[in-house]
Design a protein around this ligand. Structure first.
Ligand SMILES: [Zn+2]
Ligand SMILES: [Zn+2]
Length: 137
């Protein structure tokens, strides 16, 4: 498998991903909303050991999850999932067609409901230690 290359808008920060995504999804939580300035974010999780970042990033933590930006162009590239074993890459940084989301999480916080055929979990899904509760949309 060829590594996946991602970069910020200006190219000062790049990352090489030597694995396939573990999980891919949309997160509607209020943490992601505030940190990104968007109603929801698209995320692909990778094993931290498979992610090699080149270039300096600036990290900022709203609650528990440090989110790393390029200090030059300001784009958010990845977040460190607490525990240190998982990195969440912002899906818009991935090559086209790689992002294949399987579900939505934290939909109880949604400001812009997305109507599609994917499961819409109210909080965390069973896969992430949560439950199967869904929202109506
Ligand atoms: Zn940049
Ligand atoms: Zn979130």
């Amino acid at each position: 498998m060829d590594p996946i290359e991602v970069a910020c808008n200006c190219g000062a920060v790049t990352a090489r991903l030597d694995a396939q995504p573990l999980q891919q999804f949309y997160c509607h939580c209020d943490d992601c909303q505030r940190a990104s300035g968007s109603p929801y974010v698209a995320i692909a999780l990778f094993p931290a050991a498979s992610v090699r970042v080149h270039g300096e990033t600036v990290a900022w933590t709203l609650r528990t999850l440090p989110r790393h930006r390029c200090p030059v162009c300001g784009i958010q590239i990845f977040g460190e999932v607490p525990g240190g074993e998982i990195i969440g890459i912002r899906a818009e940084r991935l090559p086209p067609d790689l992002f294949q989301p399987a579900f939505h999480i934290h939909c109880r916080y949604a400001r812009l409901p997305v109507q599609d055929a994917l499961p819409h979990y109210a909080g965390l899904p069973p896969l992430f230690g949560g439950n199967d509760e869904r929202v109506a949309w």
